[in-house]
Ligand binder design. Sequence first.
Ligand SMILES: Nc1ncnc2c1ncn2[C@@H]1O[C@H](COP(=O)(O)OP(=O)(O)OP(=O)(O)O)[C@@H](O)[C@H]1O
Length: 256
Amino acid sequence: MLTINNLHVSVKQKEVLGGVNLSIPENEVHALFGANGSGKSVLISTIMGYPEYKVTRGEILFRGQNITELNIDERVKLGLGISEQRPPTIKGVKLEYLVNLLAPEKMNDETFRIKMLEHFGMDKFLNRNINDGFSGGEIKKSELFLLLLTRPDFLVLDEPDSGVDPEHLKMIGAMITEILQKKKQEGERCNPQARSSGLIATHSAEILNYIHTDKAHIMLDGKICCSGNPAVMMEQIRALGYSYCIECQHANQEEH
Ligand SMILES: Nc1ncnc2c1ncn2[C@@H]1O[C@H](COP(=O)(O)OP(=O)(O)OP(=O)(O)O)[C@@H](O)[C@H]1O
């Protein structure tokens, strides 16, 4: 569904991604690990088309279409959606305004109001400016809530578990699972196996206790250096740290 070929990205004339290759098939959710500054957020921002990140080489394909040169809004219309690591505070714009803009019919839908607004505790935030004075966990919830309204076909999440306590983590996991539920087409029977695809950057991998991920990748110095089973990889990172990835990569380079 998403294919990235030899992606090189610069910011302020400095190369920060140096040849990323990644492929995420339909119905799969992948995890992205990597030390601080390894390039996870840059990769995610480039997938979404944030203009400060300049693609100098390579391409991003979404469902076979080259989206490398498309604007953010064009990518969103094609079905990409993001929850940012540090979303902005928007003073003067109430959350309710965005909800009405994105999905006006939902506000009059009783099932939605009970299931989504009350269950996820979002009703009390509707009347507040977006993210203004929200706690870290509340910001994550509010981002995911907006994604729940649009249910993108491909979800990009930048550290949805950072700064979230264990109880809220469970709720964040439930929200992500709900977003990933494939939109049911009219007349189509619900297939619980069918879900949207996604890429989740995480340090702690705590969120992966609540969401099934099919594969994980480790970023090192602006490249994906390793891919494999998410649980096994996280166990190795916990035991050996990212310095082991550096040693492993050096050993591989010498071998070749
Ligand atoms: N706007 C920017 N201006 C200058 N450098 C940037 C900018 N955005 C990213 N970088 C640099 O790109 C590199 C990768 O940053 P990135 O935010 O992708 O790391 P990360 O893997 O997400 O780290 P963390 O886990 O700490 O969030 C870093 O060296 C960072 O300083």
